[in-house]
Design a binder for this molecule. Sequence first.
Ligand SMILES: [Fe+2]
Length: 222
Amino acid sequence: MANKLHSRREFLGTGLGAAATVTIIGSAAKASATGVTAPVGEGPFYPIHKQSDRDADLTRFDGSTERAEGELVIVEGKVLDDQGNPVPGALVDVWQANANGRYHHELDPNPAPRDPNFQGWAQVLADDKGHYRFLTIKPGAYPVDENWSRPPHIHFKVAKRGHHELTTQMFFEGEPLNEVDALFLALTKEERESVVAKQEMGQTKDGEEAIHLRFDIVLKKA
Ligand SMILES: [Fe+2]
């Protein structure tokens, strides 16, 4: 299973430029020092159909030759326990809307276009140091009702035996819609800090410009 999950490592492995690597280290681990990552609701669009391609590259789906539409995003971080220890083997289960704000889910009422090249869902395992990483595109905002648009966000479920499973959402820094999002506003200041990824610019192995996000996840021990 681990091999399958990491089979697109060529996009995500050691290929990050040295400059990008240096820039993320300074912003790392702030959330981990301030307690567990805040839970945020699962929402209605957790995948309900089997999907064999759930690897760490969401920008291609089932061998598609074209990339999904949207701005490239590398998300990486550590899964830690509430004492700061890494949690190797944690399952990091992520799903998100495409660049148009549409989910791969038949109950999504958003009429925005689907993207056949977008994987939409990934399950990656934290390595022996608790580190995880995946490549995706920036999700679009989408309407909930006429008065509320969700800001760009990525849904996470993180599980490892001996720890409380965490369901949350990762937010992007500086998004104006964060400030009017009912789910974000329901969080305390400290909780908000725990769910907003630290953002830098980076590059993929192939030298493509990408938003580089650092998102450490802190689980409460059972
Ligand atoms: Fe969502």
